[in-house]
Design a protein around this ligand. Structure first.
Ligand code: ADP
Ligand code: MG
Length: 560
């Protein structure tokens, strides 16, 4: 007699579910990682909530995750006694996909050429809870939010709808029961009721989870009687607290996947320990590809803060500058209060020192990568270079280090970007500046009349096409004493011999030039002779201090 309400999944959620039901993943085991990861997050949240709200009526005496198997019903239940969800939470968090990138994800998925490409995308976006439907044809979730009386029961078969009803006597936290697909139980490899299978998955994907993951196992005693006992099947060792030789490459990779929700391996792992007055450990990762939202406004930073092994917050902006927002990882500080807030962190001197050290380590790691593993470096720069260049503006302290790890497209070799060091080494005798041109694309730049004289004389020109390039070239004065000089701005001194000739010509054409300047005064500041052009009759140049056309457009779009 309790009211059962049937609701529809939001359209995007429905599409995603369809994908899961017709499982295009090759690796279905990862559903358990997602559920355990949610349970672990829920326990973290409960602990934090009890720090903040002393009046919260919550039981925190034995926080854990538990797996229960029913071999007869063929169900697997993942249970936690964490924060739980209210009825509204369930509707908002499970019935819809709140994550901003989902529409983008589905669009890209339609473009994906094959299964491998789709899988790669799913790895990037992460499907979380819905991955249950890869292995289950029905999922029942019972949940009660800590501090609330009433629990909620949610059920769905992964088609377009789900049901909600009040649940009596629901314990605090969440349990997710999967009714396993019959086809999977025939294959030993996919028998998610088997003890060995569950142990194997947990140890592979979730060993470092800081909460115990318990499994009730059946044992036959000496008389052949079946008894049940509960075992903790993960080691719970905080990976970042171990020294580098105590952890394996595989463990680092799994840990990365856990915190980043990325299914690909990281490009680079950085582990760091500071001892002394302010003690901390850091384990940072550089992903192997840029997230889809790297340049979206609401993009979060990827470093989590722990205090003495206790999770405190995600995307801790005080630990990583914005231009390194793609770096993922964990920092565990020993001497902070568990109540520390974002505001306090922003002003804390120790945190500031910590951030500076982390930044230097990330930059020096890329520097090393450059010389020891050029291919990996090329991947890094292709994926993250445009973000890193923002640091040329925002992080003047590390400007030199950033210029040293940067590379740019250039006219020297269309296929291979050049570093500034290599550019300088190739500079011609008497060349004083590093020449560049900014523009929307390589072809626009190459077909520009400004390029003609430079190409004719064999000068190398950097081809800068990222929007951020317009900005930093104006504020970075030089590299190794060489100024950056736009070939589209101001006077460009190609050859001093030509100067005399130009002066003479200027006199000859003085009358024409002043006539043209007057005629065109509404549109241009000045008309002058140029040594830039070889085949085009005329071109428009910006004054040395003018905005470039792209910047002008940007400012106009911003309404300035
Ligand atoms: P994500 O974990 O990336 O946010 P999921 O699909 O895995 O995405 O989960 C969606 C949301 O549902 C979570 O962010 C969380 O708020 C909520 N949720 C899922 N599982 C649990 C759980 N066991 N306890 C509490 N909340 C949960
Ligand atoms: Mg999740």
């Amino acid at each position: 007699n309790t009211p059962v309400e049937t609701r529809e999944f939001q359209a995007e959620a429905r599409q995603l579910l369809q994908l899961m039901v017709h499982s295009i993943y090759s690796n279905k085991d990862t559903f358990l990682r997602e559920l355990i990861s949610n349970a672990s997050d829920a326990l973290d949240k409960l602990r934090l909530e009890t720090f903040r709200d002393k009046d919260l009526q919550a039981d925190t005496s034995d926080l854990h995750i538990r797996l229960d198997v029913d071999r007869v019903q063929r169900t697997l239940t993942v249970r936690d006694n964490g924060i739980g969800m209210s009825r509204d939470d369930v509707v908002n968090l499970i019935g819809t996909i709140a994550r901003s990138g989902t529409a983008e994800f589905l669009r890209k998925l339609k473009e994906a050429k094959d299964a491998a490409a789709s899988q790669d995308l799913i790895g990037q976006f992460g499907v979380g809870f819905y991955s249950s439907f890869m292995v289950a044809d029905k999922v029942v979730m019972v949940t009660r939010r800590a501090g609330e009386e009433q629990g909620t029961r949610w059920e769905s078969t992964g088609d377009g709808t789900y049901t909600l009803e009040p649940a009596e006597d629901a314990p605090q936290g969440t349990s997710v029961t999967l009714f396993l697909k019959p086809e999977d139980t025939e294959d030993q490899l996919f028998d998610y009721t088997a003890e060995w299978k569950l142990k194997e998955i947990v140890q592979r994907y979730s060993d470092f989870i800081t909460w115990p993951v318990r499994l009730e196992v059946e044992r036959k005693d000496a008389e052949g009687k079946t008894t049940r006992e509960v075992e903790t099947i993960n080691s719970m060792k905080a990976l970042w607290a171990r020294s580098k030789d105590e952890a394996t490459e595989a463990e680092y990779k799994e840990f990365y996947k856990h915190i980043s929700h990325d299914w690909n391996d990281p490009l680079e792992t950085i582990s760091l320990k500071a001892e002394g007055t302010f003690e901390y450990q850091a384990l940072l990762f550089i992903p192997s590809h840029a997230p889809y939202d790297l340049f979206m406004r609401e993009r979060k930073r990827g470093v989590q803060l722990y205090v003495k092994r206790v999770f405190i917050m995600d995307n801790c902006e005080a630990l990583m500058p914005e231009y390194l927002r793609f770096v993922k990882g964990v920092v565990d500080a020993q001497d902070l209060s568990l109540n520390v807030s974002r505001e306090i962190l922003q002003q804390d001197r120790q945190i500031e020192l910590m951030r500076r050290r982390l930044v230097k380590r990330v930059l020096s790691t890329v520097k090393t990568m450059m010389s020891e593993n050029p291919e990996r470096y090329a991947t890094f720069w292709r994926e993250f270079g445009a973000a890193v260049k923002e640091g040329l503006l925002s992080d003047t302290e590390n400007r030199g280090a950033i210029l040293n790890i940067a590379s740019f497209a250039s006219t020297h070799d269309a296929d291979k970007p050049t570093t500034l060091r290599e550019y300088v080494d190739r500079m011609k005798d008497g060349q004083e500046h590093i020449y560049y041109m900014t523009g929307a694309s390589r072809s626009v730049i190459e077909s520009s009349p400004h390029m003609e004289a430079f190409q004719a004389k064999g000068f190398e020109v950097l081809v800068l096409t990222d929007p951020i390039d317009e900005m930093w070239v104006d504020s970075v004065p030089e590299f190794e004493g060489k100024r950056f000089q736009s070939i589209a701005k101001g006077e460009v001194d190609l050859d001093s011999e030509e100067k005399a000739e130009t002066e003479q010509q200027n006199e000859e054409f003085a009358a024409l030039l002043s006539w043209l300047t007057t005629r065109l005064k509404d549109n241009v500041k000045e008309v002058r002779l140029s040594s830039r052009l070889t085949t085009s009759p005329a071109c428009i140049v910006g004054d040395a201090h003018d905005l470039t056309p792209t910047l002008e457009k940007m400012y106009r779009a911003m309404g300035e």
